[in-house]
Design a protein around this ligand. Sequence first.
Ligand SMILES: Cc1cc2nc3c(=O)[nH]c(=O)nc-3n(C[C@H](O)[C@H](O)[C@H](O)COP(=O)(O)OP(=O)(O)OC[C@H]3O[C@@H](n4cnc5c(N)ncnc54)[C@H](O)[C@@H]3O)c2cc1C
Length: 225
Amino acid sequence: MEPALSDAPRPGSTERTRLRRLPEKAVSDVDALRAVLDAGLVAHVAVVDASAQPFVLPCAYARDEERLLLHGSSASRLFRTLAAGAPTCVTVTLLDGLVLARSAFESSMNYRRVMVFGQCEVLDGEEKLAALERLSEHLLPGRWNDIRPPSKKEMAATMVLSLPLAECSVKVSAGPPEDAPEDLDRPVWAGVVPVAQAVGEPVRAPDMFLDIEIPAYVEEWRHGR
Ligand SMILES: Cc1cc2nc3c(=O)[nH]c(=O)nc-3n(C[C@H](O)[C@H](O)[C@H](O)COP(=O)(O)OP(=O)(O)OC[C@H]3O[C@@H](n4cnc5c(N)ncnc54)[C@H](O)[C@@H]3O)c2cc1C
């Protein structure tokens, strides 16, 4: 396994993060890395177990400076495998559009994608609680101050992991289809259909008997996405 060159993220700077296919879509800018991670909500986290079977599971995450934070049940096989030091590969993908080319071959998608390699560290104590707050604030800024903090028992039932962003790559695919010149006069529509996440109307919990307005931070989040 190739070690990262330094702790600071330098997307695409190691042999295994260098893009081979369509390398012109590689982005080495750390701000682009941060922007993709800050816009996403779900990461896909991979592990290989003792029988060499790979598993990829979706997880909420947050970026905290130069690391990713993950939280899950202390009983989760995924989390226990990662806590034991298993190497992982985490991806975050934002789908931006369907690219409708004039040929099947050139038809594709526009996207922003981050891939991170590394090993997780288990967080404990105050760092663990701070990480849970960071996760909550990434998913829905403003929520943490409203909700009951975790009890000791809940903290024990929860595992929090941090994964350095040191070894990562960023790939961005944007723009119109790139059809071959001989296909340009085909009588077929070509272009991009943008894809974006839609946020719906909040649905009140059926057991919410207090008359409480939808918080402003929920409305802000809905309209900001
Ligand atoms: C949008 C979304 C966000 C989520 N966010 C979180 C989150 O933030 N935190 C969180 O803990 N969970 C989250 N989950 C659930 C998460 O994907 C896992 O289901 C959960 O972590 C339980 O993990 P587990 O290892 O116990 O696997 P299980 O839920 O028991 O199994 C998951 C699948 O993996 C298979 N599997 C078999 N062996 C293994 C193994 N050794 N390791 C892993 N999987 C195995 C199982 O057969 C099953 O098909 C999220 C799910 C979704 C869809």
